[in-house]
Design a protein around this ligand. Structure first.
Ligand code: PRX
Length: 665
C-alpha cells in the first residue's frame, strides 16, 4: 500500500493525560523506566529478564549482536511452560483461574492454573510417547478452544516448536507450512463453531496431507463439535484417548534461552509466506514485560481479555504467553462478536444480537480489553446502544492493535466502551517483533487519538528518509528500529538470506518494518500503514503477490493485478483485476468463480471483495503495472496523470468496467 492512499486525521491538539490512579505498577507518572533503559538498554533488559522470569541457569551475557543475528540472555536456561504454569502453582496460586473460556454456543469452562498444568503435563507426555523430541516441529490447526493453549504449552514444555496455522486457512496453507517446517505432527479438531454452525477443520487437514507434507506421522484430533470426521487408522488419534492413557507428571525441561519456541508464518511481499522464528528467553521477557506495563496489570484482581485469535501473533503473545507468564486471569472466546444468542443460559430470544462482547465483559468483569480498529469500526456501525445495554464499569484499560486507528474510532472506543475513564493504548508491533514496540504506558503517557505515541522503554525506533537519515519533528518516512530487542525474530525459517534481505538491507544497520510513519513536534509516532505490497485487511496481513498467484492459478486467468482499496470497516479490501486467457468470454459467473477460487486457495480472509475482468492492465512503457492507477480506480479517485502509460485508453476502459460491476458481498 502506498503512503499516499492513507488519510491521516491528525489533531495533535487533542490530548489525554494519564490519570493519577494509574500506578502502571512501578511507574507512577514518572519516566524512570525510560531513563533507566536509555542509560543502558542491555542492563535494563537483563534486570527485567531476572525480575519477571524464573531461570533454571542464569545467563552470563545479555546480548550477542552480530547484525542482523541476535542472541539474548546467552548461557541462560529456562522453560516457558514452567514460567507460565508451575511457578504460579508452586507459589500457592494453583486455584486461581487461568482461563475463563466461553464457547460460541454459550458453553463455558473455568480452568485454574492447577488444572491447566495437569492437562499440559498429560499432553506433553502424549507427545513424548509419539516420539516427538526437543527441536522437532508440530503444526497446530485448531479453533479457539482450551486445548489450543494446552497444545502450545505442552510443546514448549518439551522443546518442540509449534507452528499455529489460523483456523480460517485452506488446505494449501496447511500443506505449505507442514512442508516448509517439516512438521512431524498436526494437532487439530473435528471442527470449530463459527457463526452458529460447526466449521470443519479435520477434513482440511486430510486434504492438505493428501497433497503433501510427507514428514507428518500423526494427526491428533479434539472432538469439539461431534461431527464424526474420517480417521485414518495408525495416523489419526483422538485427543481424549491420548490424554486418558497418558501419565500425569512431565517435568519441564530446562531449555536454552535461544531454543526455538515457535514458528509463525506471515505474508511478505512474495507469494511464499515466511516462517518467522521466535525463541525462548528474550521472547518471554518482552512479552511478559509489555503485558504487565502496557496494560497496567494488577495480576491479583484483573481479568484480561485479548479478543484476537491465537492463529495470529497477537493471540500467541497476549492470550497465551504474556497473561500466563504474569499469572493473571484471562478470558478466551471461541466465536465472533455477532454470533447467535446463546441458548445455554435460558435466553430464548434467538437471532443475531450484536452485544456478545459486552455481555462477556459484564459477566466476567473484564478489566482490560484488547482488540483491533476494524472491530471497533464495526461496533461503531452497529451503534452504541449495544454496549450501552451492559455494565462495562469494570474496564480499566483499552488496547488496540493491527492497523492505524483513525481518531474517530479511538474517540468512540474511549467514550462508549471506556466511559471516558479508561486510557486507550494503541500498540504498534508486528509478527516479527514478537511483542509491543511503540505504545503508551497508561500511567505515564499523554495520549493523542491516532498516535501510538513513543517507543517503549528499551526500544529504539526512528523514522528515516529515503537516504536513511532520521527525519526531524514534523517529518515523515519509513519506520526503522535501531537497536536489537529481546523478542525480535531470530530469522526466517530455513532462509537466513531472505531474513537479511527483507529486514536489514534497505537501511544500513537498521531493521526496516515495512511501515510508513510521521513524527510530530512532541516526538510522537503516527503510523501510516504499509509502504510495500502488503495489504492489511481487518488487521490481517495479505500480500498482493500471494493473491495474484492464486488468481492466475485459475485456468481462465492469464494475468492478474491486485491492490488494496480503502474500506470503511476492514481498513483495506482486496480488489483484483484479471485478464482472461485466449477466447474465454467474461461473465458474471466467471467473476464470482474466480473470486471463490482465491477463497479456496488462500482462505476466506484473502477472497477479493471484487474481481474485475479487464482487457488489459495499465503498464508503463517498461512493462511495470501501474498499481497507483488501479488503486485510484478501486477508490474511485481522479486518475491524475496517465501520460507515462503505454496505452492510456486502458484505464478508461477499466474504470468503466469497474463502475458497471456491482460491488461484491
Ligand atoms: O502495518 C503495521 C500494522 O500491522 C503490521 C503487522 O502485522 P502483523 O505482523 O500481522 O501483526 C499484527 C499484530 C501485531 C504492521 O507492520 N500494525 C500493527 N499494529 C499497528 C499497526 N499499524 C498502525 N498502528 C498499530 N497500532
Amino acid at each position: 500500500m502506498s503512503q499516499g492512499s492513507i488519510e491521516v486525521y491528525e489533531s495533535e491538539d487533542r490530548t489525554f493525560s494519564p490519570l493519577a490512579d494509574f500506578a502502571a505498577v512501578a511507574l507512577a507518572g514518572d519516566d524512570s523506566l525510560y531513563t533507566e533503559a536509555e542509560a543502558d538498554f542491555e542492563a535494563f533488559w537483563a534486570r527485567q529478564a531476572r525480575a519477571l522470569l524464573d531461570w533454571h541457569d542464569d545467563f552470563h551475557t545479555t546480548l550477542e549482536w552480530d547484525l542482523p543475528f541476535a542472541k539474548w540472555f546467552v548461557g541462560g536456561t529456562l522453560n516457558v511452560s514452567h514460567n507460565c504454569l508451575d511457578r504460579h502453582v508452586n507459589a500457592g496460586r494453583g486455584d486461581k483461574v487461568a482461563i475463563h473460556w466461553e464457547g460460541e454456543p454459550g458453553d463455558t469452562r473455568t480452568i485454574t492454573y492447577r488444572e491447566l498444568l495437569a492437562d499440559v503435563q498429560r499432553f506433553a507426555n502424549a507427545l513424548l510417547k509419539l516420539g516427538l523430541r526437543r527441536g522437532d516441529r508440530a503444526a497446530i490447526y485448531m479453533p479457539m478452544i482450551p486445548e489450543l493453549p494446552v497444545a502450545m504449552l505442552a510443546c514448549a514444555r518439551i522443546g518442540v516448536a509449534h507452528s499455529v496455522i489460523f483456523g480460517g486457512f485452506s488446505p494449501d496453507a496447511i500443506t505449505d507450512r507442514c512442508e516448509d517446517a517439516e512438521a512431524k505432527l498436526v494437532i487439530t479438531a473435528d471442527a470449530g463453531y463459527r457463526r452458529g454452525a460447526p466449521s470443519p477443520l479435520k477434513p482440511n487437514v486430510d486434504s492438505a496431507l493428501a497433497a503433501g507434507g510427507p514428514t507428518v506421522e500423526h494427526v491428533i484430533v479434539v472432538d469439539r463439535c461431534g461431527t464424526d470426521p474420517a480417521m485414518t487408522p495408525g495416523r489419526d488419534l483422538w485427543w481424549a484417548d491420548l490424554m486418558a492413557e497418558s501419565a500425569p507428571d512431565c517435568p519441564a525441561e530446562p531449555m536454552d534461552s535461544e531454543q526455538l519456541l515457535y514458528l509463525l508464518y506471515t505474508s511478505g511481499t512474495t507469494a511464499k509466506p515466511k516462517g518467522i522464528m521466535h525463541t525462548t528467553g528474550g521472547y518471554l521477557t518482552q512479552v511478559c514485560f509489555t503485558h504487565k506495563y502496557v496494560f497496567d496489570l494488577r495480576p491479583d484482581t484483573d481479568v484480561f481479555w485479548c479478543a484476537a485469535d491465537i492463529g495470529w501473533v497477537t493471540g500467541h503473545s497476549y492470550i497465551v504467553y504474556g497473561p500466563l507468564a504474569n499469572g493473571c486471569t484471562s478470558v478466551m472466546y471461541e466465536g465472533t462478536p455477532d454470533t447467535p444468542r446463546p441458548l445455554f443460559r435460558g435466553d430464548d430470544r434467538g437471532g443475531w444480537p450484536k452485544d456478545r462482547l459486552w455481555d462477556i465483559v459484564e459477566r466476567y468483569g473484564v478489566t482490560q480489553l484488547y482488540t483491533a480498529p476494524t472491530a471497533i469500526r464495526t461496533f461503531m456501525k452497529w451503534g452504541e446502544e449495544w454496549p450501552a445495554g451492559h455494565d462495562l464499569s469494570t474496564l480499566r484499560v483499552l488496547g488496540t492493535v493491527g492497523e492505524p486507528i483513525n481518531p474517530e474510532a479511538w474517540m468512540w472506543y474511549h467514550r462508549h466502551i471506556g466511559g471516558e475513564r479508561c486510557p486507550v493504548v494503541d500498540t504498534w508491533w508486528q509478527t516479527e517483533t514478537g511483542g509491543h514496540m511503540i505504545s503508551p504506558l497508561p500511567g505515564a503517557t499523554v495520549t493523542k487519538p491516532g498516535s501510538a505515541t513513543r517507543p517503549l522503554p528499551g526500544i529504539f525506533a526512528e523514522v528515516v528518509d529515503a537516504g536513511g537519515a532520521p527525519v526531524g519533528a514534523g517529518g515523515g518516512g519509513h519506520l526503522t528500529v535501531t537497536r536489537p530487542w529481546p523478542s525480535m525474530l531470530r530469522g526466517i525459517w530455513g532462509d537466513p538470506d531472505r531474513y537479511r534481505q527483507t529486514y536489514w538491507s534497505t537501511y544500513e544497520g537498521r531493521y526496516f518494518a515495512g511501515d510508513g510513519a510521521r513524527v510530530d513536534d512532541d516526538g510522537y509516532f503516527w503510523l501510516l500503514g504499509r509502504v510495500d505490497d502488503v495489504m492489511n485487511v481487518s488487521g490481517h496481513r495479505i500480500s498482493t503477490t500471494e493473491v495474484e498467484s492464486a488468481l492466475v492459478d485459475h485456468s481462465a486467468v492469464a494475468e492478474a493485478a491486485v491492490v488494496g482499496a480503502k474500506d470503511e470497516i476492514t481498513g483495506q479490501s482486496i480488489v483484483g483485476y484479471v485478464i482472461l486467457v485466449g477466447k474465454v468470454e467474461p461473465s458474471e459467473e466467471l467473476r464470482q468463480e474466480i473470486r471463490a477460487h482465491v477463497g479456496v486457495k488462500l482462505g476466506p480472509t484473502a477472497r477479493p471483495k471484487a474481481v474485475f475482468i479487464v482487457p488489459d492492465l495499465p503498464k508503463t512503457r517498461s512493462g511495470k503495472i501501474m498499481r497507483r492507477l488501479l488503486r485510484d480506480v478501486a477508490d474511485g479517485r481522479d486518475l491524475g496523470d496517465t501520460t507515462t502509460l503505454a496505452d492510456p485508453g486502458v484505464v478508461a476502459e477499466i474504470r468503466d468496467r469497474a463502475a458497471a460491476a456491482d460491488d461484491e458481498d
